[in-house]
Design a protein around this ligand. Sequence first.
Ligand code: UN1
Length: 511
Amino acid sequence: PTSLHPRSSEDLRHLARACLQRCGVAIDTSARSTVTARTPVTGDELFDIPAADAAAVGAAVQAAHEAFLRWRTVPAPERGRLVKRFGELVELHRHDLAELIMIEVGKIRSEALGEVQEMIDVCDFAVGLSRRLEGRTMPSERPGHRLMETWHPLGVVAVISAFNFPAAVWAWNAAIALVCGDTVVWKPSPMTSLTALACSALLERAAAECDMPSEINRLVICDVPAAGILLDSPLVPLVSATGSERMGAEIAPRIARRFGRSILELGGNNAAVVAPSADLDLAVRGIAFAAVGTAGQRCTTMRRVIAHESVVDELVERLDAAYAKLVVGDPFDEATLVGPLIDGTAFGAMRRAVDRAVRDGGTVVTGGTRVDREGAPQAYYARPAIVRMPGQSDIVRQETFAPLLYVMTYDSFEEAVRLHNAVPQGLSSSIFTLDQREAESFLAADGSDCGIVNVNIGTSGAEIGGAFGGEKSTGGGRESGSDAWRGYMRRATNTINYSSALPLAQGVAFV
Ligand code: UN1
């Protein structure tokens, strides 16, 4: 798939430029204000790319709004044609996008390709959806009347995405928004601008090939103050944002103040309950992937295990053995399973969390230490950590965005559910059990309080066909599949009178 096997920052620079070029990105080197692309693989800077100032963000919103005024009347299946072409181009450039993700996020190839696959999948989903944005009809209480609802495009959708899924999260939002007749302004994480440039260029090419306006998607690589325009502009009816709980708490009231809508995907503190009957082979593999995949930097990453007292020792022993085999290192090495953390701040947070957990009475089973990469002092590789905890202390109740797994124990099933739900976040959850009563109870109204509840698989790696998102401090938003599209449209309720009388609802008599 690649002719290059990068090692040095110079190799990565070269590869990034080649991928960008193949995706049709021309970097304007004359720009006044810039951001610097960087790679966590070596910790070095790559090169500068142009950044948008507040005026440019305002102009992008205006352009996307004007495009929306035309786009909303393009028939939905026609809009689907554009998304279909975009999906084909993503498929064609699958390796270019994956390599940019490897360079900018440090994902291993298989996971980077998986992220690109998620983009292709959501395009497929959106294309089908473009022929079925269906509304309901309801019986009217009045004779000769009909009651129905129609779903209309909403307007400009601002997509604010995080570094960890630099392409797929935008694609979930953009593919659905576009078939819904919305246009998009995308503010990516400044850490993953190159991937954003490549994705946007491919969508722009799809638009040109389909004879559709390129302003249906505007990329704004900008700082936080400039992005404020997306939060405050009345031309942006919906902001779909992925990031920290802190970010969500700042932006949600600001958007609400102008009665804008938001779809929030914030922190997760995802757990697995491991019951006495669990198939431990499955549990060990499921937990290991969910806890250390993407170096623990998914919002769905498993951060807690709540294991029954009768299985905890064997489980921890087997997890320890599985962790010992994990190759931590350069994501371009085929053998690597755990790439770098995004930066030194992330590693610092992991270290502090481990130390705090130990002060709270925890015991480190494995990991938590830095793995040095020779000649790359700014690259932060870490051995994934497992810490056994006597209880769910404050640090366990927080999301630390790193491969750090806390293991606690339970005695009764009720206690497991109670512990499970006693965190602020509510994104993803799972139970490993062969006991149907327990599985069903975990899925029930008084079971897991998360937006995603799994049985006998881990917490991460959701398919695009379902609605993705979570409750409580995770923010309540839903993206991607199922009927999440409704969040990207406005609903009109229509009453049509086809009689020659004018009966009033609720039997009201008037003139
Ligand atoms: C995220 O980490 O922001 O379920 C998204 C998963 C992926 C998406 C994660 N499909 O792990």
